[in-house]
Design a binder for this molecule. Structure first.
Ligand SMILES: [Zn+2]
Ligand SMILES: [Zn+2]
Length: 183
């Protein structure tokens, strides 16, 4: 995902609206797929404020995740806000890594501003980051998912299994044995 800012590169207050749609179903994220099962849509605008290009927008997509209780697959509609600042790399042809480090340590580097080269701002990373943050920590296939039987692994949403789950605290079972033997 990228947006071309050539038309506003020197135009303070210039704005470009964009509507980007991409298929990310094969996108890997640190080796772990985001699990997109629908297109990723980014609606937003980029505004030139002088040296800084503000990118604001809303990203939506549909992903699959595993239910945290029954491990069944869950479809999740994700919506995330993108609000990032970019500036043109100050040394477009600089390849020296030491110099890069110096740039990162100056005043600009301390602020959360990303650099871009040329006239195109690449948005894949910020879009991915914001989508990942919007993922629920414990997705559920349904609010009252009953999960799996801890003994046989049966999906309790499909009905009860034949296991009898002893509700007695294991630390109390010794006591229970004593009580039983006294009968
Ligand atoms: Zn579930
Ligand atoms: Zn069971």
């Amino acid at each position: 995902m990228e947006v071309y800012i050539g038309e506003i590169k020197d135009k303070k207050g210039g704005e470009i609206k964009f509507h980007l749609v991409e298929d990310w179903s094969d996108l890997g994220l640190d080796g772990q797929s985001l699990g997109c099962i629908g297109p990723v849509t980014l609606d937003g605008r980029v505004t030139c404020t002088g040296e800084i290009f503000l990118v604001k927008g809303t990203v939506t997509t549909k992903v699959t995740a595993a239910c945290s209780r029954c491990l069944g697959s869950v479809e999740l509609h994700l919506t995330a806000q993108v609000d990032e600042r970019f500036r043109k790399a100050s040394h477009p042809h600089e390849q020296d890594p030491v110099r890069e480090q110096e740039i990162d340590e100056n005043d600009w580097g301390n602020e959360d501003i990303q650099e871009f080269r040329g006239l195109t701002i690449h948005l894949d990373d910020v879009v991915t980051e914001n989508l990942v943050v919007s993922l629920p920590i414990k997705p559920l296939c349904q609010e009252d998912c009953r999960g799996l039987c801890p003994l046989c692994g049966h999906d309790l949403n499909d009905g009860d299994c034949d296991c009898t789950i002893d509700t007695i605290d294991p630390r109390m079972s010794k006591l229970q044995q004593l009580l039983d033997s006294n009968d």
